[in-house]
Design a binder for this molecule. Structure first.
Ligand SMILES: Nc1ncnc2c1ncn2[C@@H]1O[C@H](COP(=O)(O)OP(=O)(O)OP(=O)(O)O)[C@@H](O)[C@H]1O
Ligand SMILES: [Mg+2]
Length: 251
């Protein structure tokens, strides 16, 4: 589904990603870990096509199509979903209205009519029940006064409604209580299917106790220095990132 080869990316002439190789297939959950500043959020922004980063070398392909000339908006319409590490508040726009607009925008871009209101309502009902989301929550203003857990709930609800091919969740972890982590994990586990894939970015192994990844990659200084199964996350938790700094020299 996603194939990244020798990806280099810079911001303001500073190279941040220094040769990333990553392949994600349908049905897989990948976790990306790594210390602060290693390039995790940059990698997700570059996959999503954010303009502030310049790809200087290498390629990103989605289902065989090179994304080089595909805008962030078009990538979203092709099924790449990126959660926000720092979500914006939109007073006066409810959780439901925001997602309705997003869905219809995406349909329009694909040459489809707006989703009929009854179908939209049914979808909202289905997904909110699946994720245990309260009706009252759906009518609140987007992110306004949301707690950490509520932000996560909204993010997962958006993901459930949009049914992305590839979801990238950039989790700060810090400040998230165990309930918020569970909301994310629950959502990912419930929405996971053989047709979609998820990349979860996280600092701590804690989240991965709830979401069991098929692969774990460690990013350090703009490169993936180690990949493995879920046991790698446990090893990292025990040994810390310093252990990898030594490993990285060997690679
Ligand atoms: N817009 C920008 N302008 C300048 N430098 C940037 C910009 N965005 C990212 N960087 C730099 O790129 C490096 C990688 O940042 P990035 O946000 O990708 O790290 P991260 O792995 O997500 O860290 P964290 O774990 O703290 O979220 C950092 O040194 C950061 O300062
Ligand atoms: Mg980050």
């Amino acid at each position: 589904m996603l194939k990244i080869e020798n990806l280099h990316a810079s911001v303001e002439d500073k190279e941040i990603l220094k040769g990333i190789n990553l392949e994600v297939n349908a049905g897989e959950v990948h976790a990306i870990m790594g210390p602060n500043g290693s390039g995790k959020s940059t990698l997700s922004a570059v996959i999503a096509g954010k303009e502030e980063f310049e790809v200087t070398e290498g390629s990103i392909k989605l289902d065989g199509e090179d994304l080089e000339d595909v805008s962030a908006e078009e990538r979203a319409h092709k099924g790449i979903f990126l959660s926000f590490q720092y979500p914006v508040e939109i007073p006066g726009v409810s959780v439901t209205n925001f997602i309705k607009t997003a869905i219809n925008e995406s349909r329009k871009a694909r040459g489809l009519e707006d989703m009929p209101a009854n179908k939209m309502l049914k979808l909202i009902r289905e997904k909110s029940e699946l994720l245990d989301i309260d009706r009252k929550f759906l009518s609140r203003s987007l992110n306004e006064g949301f707690s950490g857990g509520e932000k996560k709930r909204n993010e997962i609800f958006q993901m459930a409604m949009l049914e992305p091919k590839l979801a990238i969740l950039d989790e700060t972890d810090s400040g998230l209580d165990i309930d918020a982590l569970r909301i994310v994990a629950n959502g990912v586990n419930k929405l996971k299917s053989k047709d979609n894939a998820v990349i979860v970015i996280t600092h701590y192994q804690r989240l991965l106790e709830y979401i069991v990844p098929d692969f774990v990659h460690v990013l350090h200084n703009g490169k993936i220095v180690k990949s493995g199964g879920k046991e790698l996350a446990i090893e990292l938790e025990e040994k810390g990132y310093d252990w990898l700094k030594n490993e990285a020299v060997v690679e």
